[in-house]
Design a protein around this ligand. Structure first.
Ligand code: SIN
Length: 279
């Protein structure tokens, strides 16, 4: 089968045809992983794979995570079903973030499969954090290049309480917790520098007074959201997305307004693969 690659923007992202995601041979996995490292987020439409097939694909990348706060599916603790109800305006992941950057070992990659998609609304944006580092103002680069920042998990309410159909896990830990990571990390597979902070979870630069830290983080967050660093994907049902959570941030757009986007369900099955300790 010939592989077809359609780039989504000049910054990152590609839609791929001609790869069978149910083939979990080392040879096929290498093709998928090489495409992921090159494009940072890849999409495969019309993939009615089963939960077991999604798990098998995810396991090729490494050990799977369970979410600190959100319950997985019955029999599949590593699959989080992200549900936005018809009547809901909010949706999970609706601001710029890198998944679980507050963990000691934040997620390496995510495999998301779309089950139900509204006729309009609910696209997801991704931004390329290698480019964000390369294009950052050198004065800011200089100030932050050897610094670390604190990332906070924000506690269980953040993931559950605003979303009617998201269920907390039984061993529910309500509290937030934090970890520190280098602001500029090195990608363990490509060796590239990555700007590793995000609007949702990064709270303070260590070794800088709060006011200066707030100002610099604000400038960085604005920079990361520059549209020329991003791509935007409009979902159809049965699409599989894989993103490299180390080198992108993403934003699930909650544009569900009355008379247009509101009134429809949006349902995704998410599996996250455990990452390493950012260096
Ligand atoms: C997420 O933020 O992990 C979910 C993204 C999406 O639903 O598009």
């Amino acid at each position: 089968m010939n592989i077809e690659i359609k780039l989504l923007s000049g910054a990152l992202g590609a839609e791929i045809k001609g790869i069978d995601l149910t083939d979990v041979s080392d040879e096929n996995f290498k093709k998928v992983n090489d495409l992921l490292l090159e494009h940072k987020v890849i999409f495969f439409r019309d993939q009615p794979i089963t939960k077991d097939q999604q798990v098998a694909l995810a396991e090729k990348f490494g050990p799977l995570e369970t979410h600190a706060y959100v319950k997985g599916l019955e029999g599949y603790p590593e699959i989080v079903r992200i549900v936005k109800g018809k009547e809901e305006k909010n949706q999970w992941g609706e601001n710029w973030h890198s998944d679980v950057s507050y963990n000691v070992k934040p997620t390496k990659a995510v495999i998301l499969r779309s089950l139900k998609i509204p006729p309009v609304g609910g696209d997801t944006c991704f931004s390329n954090m290698e480019l964000a580092w390369e294009t950052l103002d050198p004065k800011i680069q200089d100030k932050i290049k050897n610094k670390k920042a604190i990332h906070s998990s924000l506690g269980a309410e953040f993931f559950i309480d605003n979303y009617k159909y998201m269920e907390g896990n039984e061993k529910r830990n309500y509290d937030s917790y934090s970890n520190e990571h280098p602001i500029v990390r090195t990608h363990p597979e490509t060796g590239k520098k990555i700007l590793y902070v995000n609007w949702t979870y990064t709270k303070q630069i260590i070794g800088m007074d709060k006011q200066e830290s707030d100002q610099i983080l604000k400038e960085i967050f604005e920079h990361q959201a520059r549209l020329d660093l991003t791509c935007r994907f409009s979902w159809t049902e049965n699409t599989v997305a894989i993103w490299d959570n180390r080198s992108v941030i993403h934003y699930a757009i909650a544009d569900f307004f009355p008379g247009r986007g509101l009134g429809y369900e949006r349902i995704m099955d998410r599996i996250a693969i455990e990452g390493d300790h950012p260096q």
